[in-house]
Design a protein around this ligand. Sequence first.
Ligand SMILES: [Zn+2]
Length: 290
Amino acid sequence: MPELPEVEALRRALDEPVRAFPVEQAGPAHVATLKTYDPPLSALEGRRLAGAERRAKRLLFPTEDGELVLLIHLMSAGRLRYLGAGADGPKTPAFRLRFEGGGQLVLTEGGPKKRAGVWLLSPEAVAAELEHLGPEALGLGAERLGEILADQPRRLHSLLRDQRVIAGIGRAWANEILHEAQLSPFAPAQGLSTGQVRTLAEAIDSELARGLELRERGAKDAKVYRVHDKLGEPCFVCGTPIARVDFDEHTIYYCPSCQTGGRRLTPYWGFKGRGWDEVAMTSRRKTRRR
Ligand SMILES: [Zn+2]
């Protein structure tokens, strides 16, 4: 799923082309992709977009007259592109915006599941739609992060991915950030020292900035990620094979030497108040017996 660096790189690339010409034709949109019907998409026709904005993992395209906002969430498989005049577009896009001058903004989504979404809203409705989001991850700073962590009896990996708490980080960048900060994905947020909070705040900024820079240059996942999706590959810091812990819905990648003092994490960890060592030992035995 595209996260803050990917969506921000896309925003920067789209900002100029989308405001070059007024919208000529809005739609078609797949019935599962378009989440709103009032106002209709055709309300965009003849209006000019003011550019591309971003909030968390969402892209926002406000109209120049300030009356409407087109909101797009790519989810895991959505892909949004601007195609210049004369370029061949897909036959059945999930959503398309055609501009005077011939350019088009095209949303496609691979696979049978249509999860990406397009909303056409008033500025007030957009504010309500985004109200639940926490502060932007990039530039959060140690002080604000410290306040957030102190308030959350949670494990770091799950906390970093919670958009209501901090906005813009998902599975991949949570893996990269925690490795950079040399913190366990399962470390309790409230147990961090002041120094560790500062290290984590710095890692959030440096990793998201690194990701953004690489994505702006068009780098692919294999080059951008150093820990995420690298099971068994040597850690770029210490050479230990990267390990993985699987949950029903997602997977965490980490370096056992850099992040967990050599311990292997298991999904059983942390049940019902049992301590780190106790559960880590029990789970390790369970795993071995299988
Ligand atoms: Zn390592």
